[in-house]
Design a protein around this ligand. Structure first.
Ligand SMILES: [Zn+2]
Length: 324
C-alpha cells in the first residue's frame, strides 16, 4: 500500500503524461519544441509461451522515515549508495501486470484508479497502448485490497473498468477488509480506506463477478496462489509457469528496493503485521535467490520484472533488459 499522505511534494518520480500512444509534437512546433510526455508505460516479457506485459499505473515518493528495522543512518547509507537523496524520499512505481496465457487474459492488480490523483490511474490507457482493451480481461487477480491495487477496478464514476472480468482475492484478505466487524477491528490508519475499497468492489459484487479462494484453491486456470501474509492478512502472490520458465507476481513484498533487498528485515509502515511481513519477505527472497524464477513486483522500478540473486547477507535485483 502507498499512502497519498506519504507523498513528498516536488519529489515525485518522473511525471508520466495521461495520454498514451505515439507522442506527437504540436503542428506549429519549432525544431526544439519539447514533447514532454513520457513514453507509454508498458513492457513485454515472454515467459515460456506466456506473454507478460508490465503496465505502469503511476508513481509516488515515500519518505525514508516510514522504514523500520535498521537505523536511520544505515538507511541513509543504503539510499545514497543507490543514488537516492534520503531527504527526497524513495521514488516508487505502481505496477500492474497483464498476462496472456494464450487462452485467456489475466490482470494482476489494478493500480490506484482516481485515488492518487495524477500520481496514478494510468493503467487503462497503458493497457490500450499495449494493444489490449480493459474490456477483454477475463480475470483480475488482486494481491491484496490496498488502494493502489484495488481502486483501479472502477473509474471516476464508479463504473467497472473491467466489465467482463471475474475479480478474485484470497478469502483471508476479503474477510479482513469486508468482514462484518471491519470498522471496529481495522487500525485507524487503514480503516479510512474501507469505503473506497467497498465502492471499488461493489459493481463486481452486484454482477456476481467477485469471489474469493481458500488456501490450496486455484484462483484461475493455470495459476497457483502463494500465501504471502504479513503486508496484509491475505496478501497473495500468483505464480505461473510455462515450458520450464516461471514467474511470481509478488505484490508488495518490497516497497523500498534500495533498502529492502540488502536488508530484507526492514519493514514499512504499510505492513499491517510487520514481523510477519519480514518473515515472509526473508523466506521468499531466500527461496527465489536459489532458482531462476522471474519476479514481478508492484513497487519495483518499472517494469518491475527481474530476478533475485544473493548478495552478501542480502539480495540484489537483476532487472529484465529491454529486448525488441
Ligand atoms: Zn502497494
Amino acid at each position: 500500500m502507498l499512502s497519498r499522505r506519504g507523498f513528498i511534494k516536488g519529489a515525485a518520480v518522473a511525471a508520466v503524461g495521461t495520454m498514451v500512444g505515439v507522442p506527437a509534437r504540436p503542428a506549429v512546433a519549432g525544431p526544439s519544441a519539447k514533447v514532454s510526455r513520457q513514453v507509454p508505460g508498458y513492457f513485454r516479457l515472454p515467459v515460456g509461451d506466456i506473454e507478460v506485459t508490465a503496465l505502469y499505473d503511476g508513481g509516488v515518493t515515500i519518505p525514508a522515515k516510514i522504514l523500520h528495522g535498521a537505523t536511520p543512518q544505515e538507511i541513509d547509507v543504503l539510499l545514497r549508495d543507490a543514488c537516492i537523496d534520503p531527504e527526497q524520499g524513495l521514488p516508487t512505481a505502481i505496477n500492474a501486470f497483464l498476462v496472456n496465457t494464450g487462452n485467456h487474459l489475466l490482470l494482476v492488480d489494478t493500480g490506484a484508479g482516481t485515488a492518487f490523483g495524477d500520481k496514478g490511474g494510468l493503467l487503462p490507457g497503458n493497457i490500450r497502448a499495449a494493444g489490449y482493451d480493459p474490456r477483454e480481461i477475463g480475470v483480475v487477480l488482486l494481491t491484496h485490497l490496498h488502494s493502489d491495487h484495488a481502486l483501479g477496478l472502477t473509474d471516476g464514476a464508479g463504473r467497472a473498468v473491467f466489465p467482463q472480468a471475474r475479480v478474485r482475492a484470497a478469502a483471508a484478505e476479503a474477510a479482513y477488509w469486508l468482514g462484518p466487524d471491519a470498522e471496529q477491528r481495522i487500525p485507524e490508519a487503514q480503516r479510512k480506506m474501507l469505503p473506497a475499497i467497498k465502492a471499488a468492489l461493489a459493481p463486481y459484487q452486484e454482477a456476481g463477478r467477485f469471489s474469493t479462494f481458500a488456501p490450496g484453491e486455484t484462483p484461475a486456470q493455470g495459476v497457483e496462489a502463494v500465501a504471502l501474509a504479513g503486508h496484509t492478512p491475505g496478501h497473495t502472490g500468483y505464480r505461473l509457469a510455462s515450458k520450464g520458465q516461471g514467474i511470481l507476481f509478488w505484490g508488495d513484498i518490497v516497497h523500498g528496493m534500495a533498502v529492502q533487498f540488502p536488508r530484507p528485515e526492514v519493514s514499512i509502515d504499510f505492513d499491517i503485521d510487520q514481523p510477519a511481513a519480514v518473515a515472509t519477505r526473508t523466506a521468499l527472497m531466500k527461496s527465489l535467490a536459489k532458482g531462476n524464477e522471474w519476479v514481478a513486483g508492484a513497487h519495483l522500478p518499472f517494469p518491475g520484472l527481474g530476478h533475485l540473486r544473493q548478495a552478501g547477507a542480502g539480495y540484489a535485483w537483476c532487472p529484465a533488459l529491454y529486448a525488441g
